[in-house]
Design a protein around this ligand. Structure first.
Ligand code: E4P
Length: 206
């Protein structure tokens, strides 16, 4: 069981790292755009903070382009880079080539158990099923985690993504996710329970 932060906001990430509970970071082009930084700068800052597992999304119109962009990241960031690839024909071909040379991969935008199976057969280190986006579209994100967990047999780890609330973290882990990646707002809420606050207040009084 591991917890990642789903963010490209280096200052916000830095504040939560001191907890000692964060094992990695997932980014995507939208998160990087929102952070206002450029990808290279964000990745380097995260490495400087001591983060050892950073999902870096590669863009490309072909297997070759995805693979060569991925190799550029591997050259620059070494084993800190986890190459994030789309679950497409070209994305999975690039995934297979990268996994064959022991580069860590994260196949993203997974919305079905079939996609998860293909990504796992392509040697993906992680697969990222998007819970929140399933739920947004009246599909059952948690059922997807359960289905994938029942279907997969290899070494691929289920990295539950697109998480919108702390309850989903507990549910995803209990249904077989190995890792949850959460926005910083969800991470902060995971500490909270009204009965804990009440209990602390009473114990302090007593
Ligand atoms: C995962 O790696 C993605 O960056 C992320 O979880 C997407 O979440 P969203 O659906 O909230 O954009």
């Amino acid at each position: 069981m591991k917890l990642f932060l789903d963010s490209a906001d280096v200052n916000e990430i830095k504040k939560r790292l001191s907890s000692g509970l964060i094992a990695g970071i997932t980014t995507n082009p939208t998160l990087i755009r929102k952070s206002g930084g450029n990808p290279q700068h964000v990745y380097q800052e995260l490495i400087d903070l001591g983060i050892n597992d950073i999902s870096m999304e590669v863009i490309g119109d072909s297997e070759e382009e995805l693979f060569s962009n991925a190799m550029g990241h591997v050259k620059t960031y070494g084993d800190k880079a986890t190459i994030k690839l789309p679950c497409s024909v070209d994305g999975l071909k690039a995934c297979k080539r990268l996994s064959d040379i022991n580069v860590r991969t994260n196949v993203t935008l997974i919305f079905s158990a079939s996609q998860a199976i293909l990504a796992s057969l392509a040697g993906a280190t992680y697969i990222s099923p998007f819970i929140g986006r399933m739920d947004d579209n009246s599909l059952d994100g948690m059922k997807l985690i359960n289905d994938i967990s029942n279907a997969l047999t290899g070494d691929t780890k289920i990295l539950a993504a697109s998480i919108r609330d702390p309850q989903s973290v507990g549910a995803a882990f209990s249904l077989g996710a190995h890792i949850c990646t959460v926005p910083v707002s969800v991470f902060d809420k995971m500490y909270k329970h009204v009965l804990t606050d009440k209990g602390i207040e009473q114990f302090n009084l007593d």
